[in-house]
Design a protein around this ligand. Structure first.
Ligand SMILES: *[C@@H]1O[C@H](CO)[C@@H](O)[C@H](O)[C@H]1NC(C)=O
Ligand SMILES: *[C@@H]1O[C@H](CO)[C@@H](O)[C@H](O)[C@H]1NC(C)=O
Ligand SMILES: *[C@@H]1O[C@H](CO)[C@@H](O)[C@H](O)[C@H]1NC(C)=O
Length: 361
């Protein structure tokens, strides 16, 4: 009994989540405590609303949602998720499942797992205050292997969000404010994501943050805190920043980070020569942040198993919803040009992809 107690106490002291509490095998970071829903519900229709639709599926809490249909769901209004749900986009038959045209919102909800979902807001959106994915004031939420593109306000809006993970996901080609993600409150974990062709906010994080194994391509500003007050800690480990045709100042890989911030930075690389070859150099000066000699978060070093170069290869191979569709193939191919190709856009149509730039699934 005494022995058992000792073991439990030491796990808690290390900050390790117990195995049974993981959202799914391999889940990492602060959102990995999400447990989602358990009541099976199958999406059987690509219609915007009605029985068996995605909108119907997420309308009640407690559901563990799978998909018997594949393709795009054209949203005619925002979709509001319930608490305590799991969206298993990866269960859709090939070529997978996506939503387009409006915001998916988990605003003020809790305990949500979303995997394998494509969210492509785009110019069909009629409200320029909406984002591709909104988790404002949400808690205990994890997005994994999702593909977010053509966001209007932000790609991911997470102001007031607590216990968040976004992992293995594409956050690319925002078209309105041309912003990636905006998170406040936290704590938050951004792991192995691919951020492509945004003006800023990759992410903007006013929170204690883990930022590990991300690849940021063709940025105008990368990781930012915005110098607008707030005292936070940042573990920034083994990320790869790569400039592209739209990058105006390579040194804006870290942007507006004042001396109210503390950062542990290690193994980050910046490839700023646009020569089509991956050959970055060390980039571990995080603005004016106070240097931490060890991570603020107990799990950061164990999450950071890949070097920046290994993370680049892994992200290129695995990031986003699977199978990779026309939009994600286009996005990844711009990154693989390593400086030669990429632009920050105002309308998805300008990608030249089918279906007015939304591509087809
Ligand atoms: C939810 O559904 C997925 C896909 O069928 C399954 O793998 C998972 O075990 C289910 N989770 C729960 C908690 O029921
Ligand atoms: C966030 O996670 C911690 C455990 O890591 C938990 O104690 C806390 O209650 C969670 N916050 C919310 C709002 O659920
Ligand atoms: C640092 O934080 C303090 C208090 O939150 C604030 O008054 C000050 O302006 C901040 N400094 C900077 C450089 O942002």
């Amino acid at each position: 009994m005494y022995q058992l107690k000792r073991v439990v106490i030491s796990l808690v002291a290390l900050g390790l989540p117990s195995v049974s509490a993981l959202a799914f095998p391999g889940a990492v970071g602060f959102g990995s405590i999400a447990t989602g829903g358990t009541t099976p519900f199958v999406v059987t229709s690509l219609a915007d609303s009605g029985t068996g639709t995605f909108r119907d599926a997420v309308s009640e809490s407690g559901r563990n949602i799978t998909f018997a249909v594949s393709g795009y769901i054209v949203l005619e209004s925002p979709v509001s998720l319930s608490s305590d749900i799991t969206i298993n986009g990866q269960t859709a038959p090939s070529p997978g499942i996506g939503v387009m045209g409006r915001e998916v919102s988990a605003s003020s909800k809790t305990n949500i797992i979303i995997r394998g979902l494509r969210m492509r807001q785009g110019s069909l959106e009629t409200d320029d205050g909406k984002s591709a994915f909104n988790m404002g004031d949400a808690s205990n939420i994890i997005l994994d292997h999702c593909s977010v593109a053509y966001g209007v306000f932000d790609s991911v809006d997470a102001v007031g969000a607590v216990n968040v993970t976004v992992s293995n996901s594409i956050i690319a080609l925002p078209i309105g404010q041309q912003f990636g993600a905006h998170l406040e409150t936290g704590p938050a974990t951004w792991y192995a994501n691919l951020w492509v062709s945004a003006h800023n906010r990759q992410p903007l994080t006013k929170a204690n943050t883990q930022y590990i194994n991300n690849v940021v391509y063709n940025y105008q500003a990368g990781y930012t805190v915005a110098n607008t007050g707030g005292v936070f800690s940042h573990d920034i480990i083994n990320n790869y920043f790569i400039t592209g045709p739209s990058t105006t100042s390579p040194s804006d890989d870290y942007f507006q980070i004042d001396d109210n911030q503390s950062a542990f930075a290690s193994g980050n690389l910046l490839d700023s020569n646009k020569d089509g070859v991956l050959n970055g150099v060390a980039a571990n000066t995080i603005g004016s942040a106070i240097i931490l000699s060890k991570p603020w978060a107990s799990t950061s070093l164990s999450i950071a198993t890949l070097t920046a170069a290994e993370a680049y290869a892994s992200v290129i191979a695995n990031v986003g919803a699977s199978p990779r569709d026309e939009v994600d193939t286009f996005i990844v191919s711009t990154v693989e040009s390593l400086g030669k190709v990429g632009s920050i856009i105002t309308n998805q149509d300008s990608t030249g992809l089918s279906n007015n730039g939304y591509g087809t699934l």
